[in-house]
Design a protein around this ligand. Structure first.
Ligand code: AP5
Ligand code: MG
Length: 368
C-alpha cells in the first residue's frame, strides 16, 4: 500500500506485466507500419514512460513528437482545441500514430481526433497502453491497445494523482475501502439538494444530482438535454436507459472521489439494480440510503416558492408538481423495500430548519 496526498493505493500491475503490454502494442503497430516510417505522437504528461518503452520496443524506422492539451479540455466556442504544445509541423502526408497512456471515457481522444481532422495527415491511428473498454463511449474505434483494464482509478508509470505517482515503475489502484457512498432519497422538494451541499463539504464527497445534470444539459442545448426536457417539463421521469448511462458517466468522470452522494438517483427499481451492478464492477457499494420525510403540503409550498425564482418550469404549476409526486409514489417509493431488504434504509424527519436536518443526517452517517 502506498499513500499519495490523502489517498491510499494498492498494487495493480507489476513492471513485468506493464512491459508485456507495451511490447504487445509495439508488435501490433510494427506489423502494420514496417515500411512506412510513422510519426509517433505522445500525449503529455501521462504518456512519457509509455512512449519511451514503446520506442525501445519498436524495431523499425520512426519519428517521435509530443502534444499537450491545455488543462481546460474542451473545444472553445470557435471549435478550436486548446494546446499547450503544438502539433509537429512536418506531419503533412504522414502516418501519425497517437501514443496514449490510457483511454477511459474518450474525452481527450475526441479532442485529439478533432485536432488532427484539421491537418493533412495521410492517416491517423490511436495506440493506447491501457484501455477501459467498459467506460469508453467515443465513436472512434481504438486501433491498438496493450491491456484492457476495469474502470479503476490508477496511478504510476506516468499516471498521476494530483501530479504525484508518475515515477512509479508499477501501476497502483485506488483503495476503495474507506469510501462512503450515499443515496439521498425523498420526494420532490424534500431537501436532497440542499442537504447534499452540506454533506459533501463535511465528508468530502462528490455530489451527483441527476436533475442538475439534466438541467445543465438543457441549458447547453445538448441532445441529451432536448430529450430530457420533453419529460421533465411534464414532471415525468426520464427513461431509465438514458439516465443510467448518464449516471455511469458522471461516476467515471470523478474517479478520485472519496465517495458519492447520489441525489435523485436511483428513482426506479431498474435504476437501483443497475447502480448496484455498476458499483460492484468497480469494487464499490452503497453504504446507506437515507430518506428525507416530509408531507406533501409542506413540499408543494417549498416548490411553488422556489418556482418563483428558479426558472424551473416543473416547479411553477401545481399539476406538474402533483405529477412528480405521482411518479414518485408509483415508481420511486418501492425502492424503500429494495434497500430495506439490503439493511441499508434509514429514514430522517425532513421537516425543521436546514441545520437541524443536517444534524440528523450526520448522526445516521456517523452510525454506519
Ligand atoms: P430533480 O432535480 O431531482 O428534482 P426532484 O426530485 O423533484 O427534487 P428537487 O430537486 O425539486 O428537490 P430536492 O429534494 O433536491 O429539494 P431541494 O433541496 O431543492 O429532478 C427533476 C426531474 O429530472 C425529474 O422530475 C425527472 O423528470 C428528471 N430526473 C431526475 N433524476 C431522474 C432519474 N434518476 N430518473 C429519471 N428521471 C430523472 O429543496 C427544495 C426547496 O425547499 C428549495 O427551495 C430549498 O431551499 C427549500 N428547502 C430545503 N430544505 C428546507 C427546509 N428544511 N426548510 C425550508 N425550506 C427548505
Ligand atoms: Mg434537487
Amino acid at each position: 500500500m502506498i499513500q499519495l496526498h490523502d489517498k491510499y493505493f494498492k498494487r495493480f500491475l507489476s513492471e513485468k506485466e506493464i512491459l508485456l503490454a507495451v511490447q504487445r502494442v509495439a508488435d501490433q503497430v510494427a506489423a502494420d507500419y514496417k515500411d512506412k516510417t510513422p510519426i509517433f505522437v505522445g500525449v503529455l504528461n501521462g504518456s512519457f514512460m509509455f512512449v519511451s518503452d514503446f520506442l525501445k520496443a519498436y524495431p523499425h524506422p520512426c519519428e517521435v513528437s509530443f502534444v499537450k492539451l491545455s488543462s481546460y479540455q474542451g473545444l472553445t466556442s470557435t471549435g478550436i482545441v486548446e494546446t499547450l504544445l503544438d502539433l509537429p509541423d512536418n506531419i503533412e502526408g504522414r502516418s501519425v500514430i497517437i501514443l496514449e497512456d490510457i483511454i477511459d471515457t474518450g474525452r481527450t481522444l475526441k479532442e485529439l481526433v478533432h485536432l488532427f481532422s484539421n491537418t493533412n495527415v495521410k492517416e491517423f491511428k490511436i495506440a493506447s497502453l491501457f484501455y477501459k473498454a467498459e467506460v469508453y463511449n467515443g465513436e472512434y474505434a481504438i486501433d491498438y491497445f496493450g491491456l484492457e483494464i476495469p474502470d479503476r482509478f490508477i496511478v504510476g508509470y506516468g499516471l498521476d494523482y494530483k501530479e504525484l505517482g508518475r515515477n512509479f515503475r508499477e501501476v497502483y489502484q485506488l483503495n476503495q475501502k474507506h469510501m462512503i457512498n450515499l443515496v439521498l432519497f425523498g420526494k420532490p422538494g424534500a431537501g436532497k439538494g440542499t442537504q447534499a451541499q452540506f454533506l459533501k463539504e463535511q465528508y468530502n464527497l462528490q455530489h451527483i444530482s441527476t436533475g442538475d445534470v439534466f438541467r445543465y444539459n438543457i441549458k447547453n442545448g445538448t441532445d441529451l438535454g432536448t430529450l430530457a426536457k420533453s419529460y421533465i417539463d411534464k414532471g415525468d421521469l426520464v427513461p431509465d436507459e438514458v439516465t443510467i448511462k448518464m449516471l455511469e458517466d458522471e461516476v467515471a468522470k470523478n474517479q478520485e472521489a472519496d465517495g458519492f452522494i447520489f441525489d435523485g438517483f436511483p428513482r426506479t427499481v431498474a435504476q437501483a439494480e443497475a447502480l448496484d451492478n455498476f458499483l460492484e464492477s468497480k469494487d464499490m457499494k452503497i453504504n446507506a440510503t437515507i430518506a428525507l420525510e416530509a408531507n406533501d403540503e409542506v413540499l408543494i409550498q417549498r416548490l411553488l416558492e422556489r418556482g418563483k425564482v428558479s426558472g424551473r418550469t416543473d416547479d411553477q404549476d401545481k399539476d406538474k408538481i402533483r405529477n412528480r409526486f405521482d411518479e414518485y409514489n408509483s415508481k420511486t417509493a418501492p425502492l424503500k423495500t429494495y434497500y430495506e431488504e439490503q439493511g441499508k434504509f434509514h429514514s430522517v424527519n425532513g421537516i425543521g430548519t436546514i441545520a437541524e436536518i443536517t444534524e440528523r443526517l450526520t448522526k445516521v452517517i456517523e452510525g454506519l
